[in-house]
Design a protein around this ligand. Structure first.
Ligand code: TYD
Ligand code: MG
Length: 486
């Protein structure tokens, strides 16, 4: 079959490609610059350079790359990567400016358990600045580590490639993709196509030479399109650095930074890495026990419930906070960025339907202590209890941890790994645990006996009995009476 030639319209000024002709380039705004050119992918350009005929190979003979992972030397990063840095992998680290991307890269350079040389390429900072940072991080004290790190301060791809071929590093750290440029990039420096072209060339070099690559890219509030998103398809792993809301008065905890995988060809995307930024750079937080709880003496205020949720392989306890106030507009609204607002609406609808608790005329505010984003369904029952408590003004017992999924029918569904959640609550000294009544406790009960002192396990099959169990039998009737007397 004859292959059809594909044409695109390419801007002679910035290199942007469009499927159809336009009078004005949408990227650089120049008029009459789009010309018809034969489309060729970056891949075919490489093939042409290699001159070799493409060969297939039997799947059975392919190297399974077992044992090709090396530890990054940073436990929390290894956790997110799925057990270490994979040889021949390209890892993109995205995040807002100031979140700690450059710091993380330098710490990886210092700690990585690789044997060969490490090349740190910075187009953002001077060698002097890097040295200052290394001193601050305490890397400089370790001579053997310092000696294997080579620094190159440029964004010029041709220079970088020359150095790569000379140094032959096993680990390459590039800060940042946005500073890369090349004479062959085809458009103005700093543009998206330059960044994509240069990143692609670096990734290809690295795959051919069995190295691993870390690449940073900043996200800007306005220019999401021009940031890391445009590189996601090229790399094996995409990590995003996020920060909790330090200014939030509700989350009275330390400055935490979360490293989440948005894409991972070599591991799960459920795991998160938790760091704090201190005087000596980023330090991993392995003991997350009390990180998302608020220290208090005595009673809980209304609107607060403690949830046991799963984050990848670990269980964390999180304080969920809710506030309800009469809606200001004709439409009630949900303000919740740590728990999906669709989920908050669904849980409040279930409360309204099955308990007769009026929430549809209220504005709902929901937050999670420590600024962690919660996506796990096991937090729904605690969310329901927090909303109920906020609306009624009745506080939950301070020693209670809650886990369960709430269905639209008001039933409480079983959750995964209940025993682990109970154990975490026990370890942190909570004395009661409210969970689903449906099976799945088989393992839970065994663990309960092992942990000393174990929390009292209480179960509820639906939201009505859960509320009765927590707030006492007449709390529902009281609500009904209040409603009718208003
Ligand atoms: P940086 O890694 O430069 O962020 P990015 O590369 O993502 O823009 O780090 C930014 C912030 O971290 C900066 O405001 C200074 C702070 N910081 C510390 O608090 N402690 C440290 O040891 C270091 C190196 C930086
Ligand atoms: Mg930086």
């Amino acid at each position: 079959m004859k292959k059809q030639k594909v044409f695109v319209y390419k801007c002679s000024s910035c290199g942007r490609e469009e499927a159809k002709w336009l009078g004005r380039c949408p990227e650089c705004g120049e008029w009459n610059t789009l010309v018809e050119t034969a489309a060729h992918s970056e891949n075919s350009a490489r093939l042409r350079r290699n001159e070799a005929l493409p060969q297939t190979l039997p799947l059975s003979t392919v190297d399974p790359m077992e044992g090709s992972r090396v530890g990054s030397g940073i436990g929390e990063l290894d956790r997110v990567l799925g057990g270490g840095i994979m040889k021949r992998s390209a890892i993109l680290v995205g995040g807002e400016p100031g979140i700690g991307k450059s710091t993380l890269l330098l710490q990886i350079a210092a700690a990585a358990q690789t044997k060969g040389r490490i090349l740190y390429i910075s187009g953002e900072e001077s060698a002097g600045q890097l040295r200052l940072r290394a001193d601050r991080l305490g890397i400089s004290a370790d001579k053997s580590r310092m000696e294997r790190i080579e620094i190159l301060c440029t964004g010029n791809l041709e220079e970088i490639e020359t150095v790569l071929n000379n140094v032959k590093p096993v680990l390459v750290l590039v800060d940042s993709a946005q500073t890369l440029f090349s004479a062959d990039g085809g458009s103005a420096p700093g543009g998206v196509s330059q960044m994509k072209f240069c990143s692609f060339e670096l990734i290809s070099w690295m795959k051919e030479h069995d190295a691993a690559l870390f690449l940073t890219a900043h996200v800007t509030k306005e220019g999401l399109i021009a940031g890391p998103k445009t590189l996601e398809h090229m790399v094996d792993t995409v990590l995003y650095f996020e920060q909790n809301d330090k200014t939030s008065a509700l989350s009275g905890t330390a400055d935490c930074r979360f490293l989440r995988a948005a894409k991972n060809r070599f591991g799960s995307v459920d795991e998160i890495g938790i760091f704090t930024m201190g005087e000596q750079g980023l330090s991993p937080v392995e003991d997350t026990g009390r990180l998302f709880l608020v220290r208090r003496e005595g009673e809980l205020p209304p609107g607060v419930a403690t949830a046991a949720v799963l984050e990848g392989t670990r269980t964390i306890l999180v304080e969920i906070q809710a506030l309800t106030i009469p809606a200001k507009g004709t439409m009630s609204r949900v303000f919740s960025d740590k728990i999906d607002s669709g989920r908050v609406s669904r849980v409040s609808a279930a409360l309204e339907k099955h308990l007769g608790l009026r929430l549809s005329d209220q504005d709902l505010y929901v937050n999670a202590a420590g600024g962690i984003r919660i996506t796990e369904v096991g937090a729904e029952l605690a969310l329901a209890c927090a909303l109920y408590s906020a609306r009624t003004g009745l506080a939950l017992p301070a020693d209670m941890v809650i886990a369960g999924e709430l269905s639209l029918t008001g039933e409480i569904r079983p959750v995964r790994r209940l025993s682990g959640r109970v154990k975490t609550a026990a370890n942190l000294g909570f004395s009661s645990f409210l969970g689903p009544a449906a099976p799945d406790h088989r393992t839970g009960e065994g663990t309960m006996q092992e942990t000393q002192p174990s929390p009292e396990l209480r179960t509820a099959g639906d939201i009505k009995s859960a509320i009765k169990l927590i707030f006492g039998g007449n709390s529902l009737e009281t609500r009904q009476r209040e409603k009718t007397s208003k």
